[in-house]
Design a protein around this ligand. Structure first.
Ligand code: GTP
Length: 237
């Protein structure tokens, strides 16, 4: 714990990260690797809340011509499937977890109860928050920001397939420049693809730093926790 930069973190993992190269569904090698990365945090006595997206199964915007609320409800269910997959992978390697969902499905998981979530964290359990914020029109990034505020996380660790925030898409432009540091306002004004605006402003209003880093490189989470300067940090100044 002595070398840890943060005590309680909110880890946001995109749904796509679970699909590996397939782009759809699960690559269980990748799910297992992510679970091992989370375990390194737990082994460092860091309290971990986890929000996972659902894009490997369904995205609200895939439902073209569909009622938006219905499409978003389908997305929320997708995040619950991912939450259970991560729970299973984590428990398979001995990490204690609890899944709490923003939409009640009591037979499958606990409902979200903030005080209970905090208690689980204090006991060293990883709490996986499913069903986003439980509301249509809000992303899982916003859910991560909201839950981070509620559990008083020190930081949001935003795990991405790219290793930080760039001025343009590094997969398309060889001269894309990576930022080490940004302010919330710079992210919003420059329209940088970190989090959507609702999530970014929620972090700004509650002064929660966002650390964007690449999950595809093994060991990165540990480096982040040890305070190594990797990825991009978004904060007040
Ligand atoms: P402590 O009270 O700190 O020991 O936490 P705990 O989560 O172990 O307490 P509890 O006895 O309430 O829960 C035991 C198990 O039941 C855990 O795996 C919980 O995730 C699960 N559980 C608790 N409430 C619900 C629920 O509403 N639905 C489902 N599906 N599982 C639940």
């Amino acid at each position: 714990m002595a070398n840890c930069a943060y005590k309680r973190v909110m880890l946001k993992i995109s749904g796509e990260a679970l699909s590996g190269a397939n782009g759809y569904g699960f690559d269980f090698d990748v799910v297992g690797r992510i679970a091992r990365e989370v375990k390194t945090l737990v082994d460092m006595d860091v309290e971990v809340g986890l929000v996972v997206g659902g894009g490997n199964i369904w995205r609200g915007r895939s439902g073209e011509g569909m009622d938006r609320t219905t499409a978003d409800h389908m997305g929320m269910l997708a995040t619950c499937i991912n939450a259970l997959a991560l729970q299973d992978a984590l428990e398979g390697i001995g990490v204690h977890t609890r899944v709490q969902t923003a939409i009640e499905m009591k037979e499958i998981a606990e409902p979200f109860i903030r005080r209970r979530a905090v208690r689980h964290l204090e006991k060293g359990r990883v709490v996986i928050f499913g069903a986003g914020s439980g509301n249509p029109y809000f992303s899982t990034d916003t859910a991560a920001a909201l839950r981070a505020a509620e559990i008083e996380a020190d930081v949001i660790l935003l795990a991405k397939n790219v290793d930080g925030v760039y001025d343009k898409d590094p997969n398309k432009f060889a001269d894309a420049k990576k930022y080490d540091k940004l302010t919330y306002m710079e992210v919003i004004e420059q329209g940088l693809q970190v989090m959507d605006t609702t999530a970014t402003t929620l972090c700004m209003d509650n002064n929660i730093p966002i650390l964007v880093f690449g999950i595809s490189e093994e060991g990165n989470i540990k480096k982040v926790m040890e305070g190594h300067k990797i990825g991009t940090i978004v904060s007040k100044k």
